[in-house]
Ligand binder design. Structure first.
Ligand SMILES: [Zn+2]
Length: 206
C-alpha cells in the first residue's frame, strides 16, 4: 500500500535558524519526555543493517508559532526522535494526493506516518499536537479504543481509519492494533499528560 515514502518530495524554502531553534525546543521536549516513558523504543533498521533508530513520531501545527502557517512540523524518517536536531525536523506545507507530491521544508525524508498526521490536522482544525508511540504494554489496555486493522503501514486507508475512530469514539488517545498508540491534543502539555497517564496505568496492570 502506498504511504508518504512513495510520494515525490518538492522542497520549499526552509525557515530562518532563529525560528527553527524555537521549533526544535518543543521537538526536544516531546522527544525526551516520550523517551522517559519508553514510548520511542529503538528498533533495527532493515535498510541500514546493524543500525538502530528510534521508532514512533510526533508533530505539531505551525500555527502554534505563527498564525499564518498552515502546515505542520514533524520528525523526519529514521532519525533519533528522543533527541532530535534541526536537520531531523521537516515542515509539511502541503500534501497533494492527486499529483502525489509532498511540499516540504528541511532536509529530512518524510516519515512513513505523515498521511495520518496530515489527515488529522485536516479533519480536526483545533488539534495542534500529535504523538505516535510504540508501547506494547499500553496495547493491552482494554479501556482504550483500538483500530480494526492491524497497522503495518500508514496508507491513506489507515489515515482514514484513524480519523474515523477518533471521531466515533470522541477520544483523544487510541491504540493502533498490533502496533502502537496515537494521541492528539490542542496543547503539548496535555498530549504528554495523556502519554504518561496510560503508561502508568499499563505498568500498574502488569
Ligand atoms: Zn509506528
Amino acid at each position: 500500500m502506498v504511504d508518504a515514502r512513495d510520494y515525490q518530495v518538492k522542497r520549499i524554502k526552509n525557515f530562518e535558524d532563529g525560528f527553527l531553534n524555537e521549533v526544535l525546543r518543543v521537538m526536544k521536549r516531546i522527544g525526551k519526555y516520550l523517551d522517559k516513558f519508553d514510548g520511542l523504543p529503538l528498533i533495527g533498521d532493515e535498510e541500514n543493517f546493524g543500525q538502530k533508530r528510534s521508532s514512533g513520531n510526533f508533530s505539531f501545527h505551525g500555527a502554534m508559532f505563527d498564525k499564518q502557517l498552515r502546515g505542520f512540523f514533524m520528525t523526519a524518517s529514521k532519525v533519533k526522535k528522543s533527541n532530535p536536531s534541526k536537520d531531523n525536523i521537516v515542515y509539511v506545507e502541503k500534501v497533494d494526493h492527486s499529483s502525489r507530491i509532498i511540499h516540504l521544508a528541511g532536509i529530512g525524508k518524510p516519515s512513513r506516518g505523515l498521511f495520518i498526521h496530515h489527515q488529522i490536522y485536516k479533519d480536526f482544525p483545533e488539534i495542534k499536537v500529535i504523538i505516535h508511540t510504540h508501547d506494547n504494554k499500553i496495547l493491552e489496555l482494554k479501556n482504550i479504543p483500538i483500530t480494526k486493522s492491524v497497522f503495518v503501514g500508514a496508507s491513506m486507508k489507515h489515515a482514514k481509519e484513524v480519523v474515523d475512530l477518533l471521531k466515533l469514539s470522541g477520544r483523544t488517545y487510541i491504540n493502533l492494533r498490533s502496533h502502537g498508540q496515537l494521541a492528539i491534543s490542542t496543547t503539548v502539555d496535555d498530549v504528554l499528560k495523556q502519554a504518561k497517564k496510560y503508561n502508568l496505568e499499563a505498568q500498574r496492570k502488569q
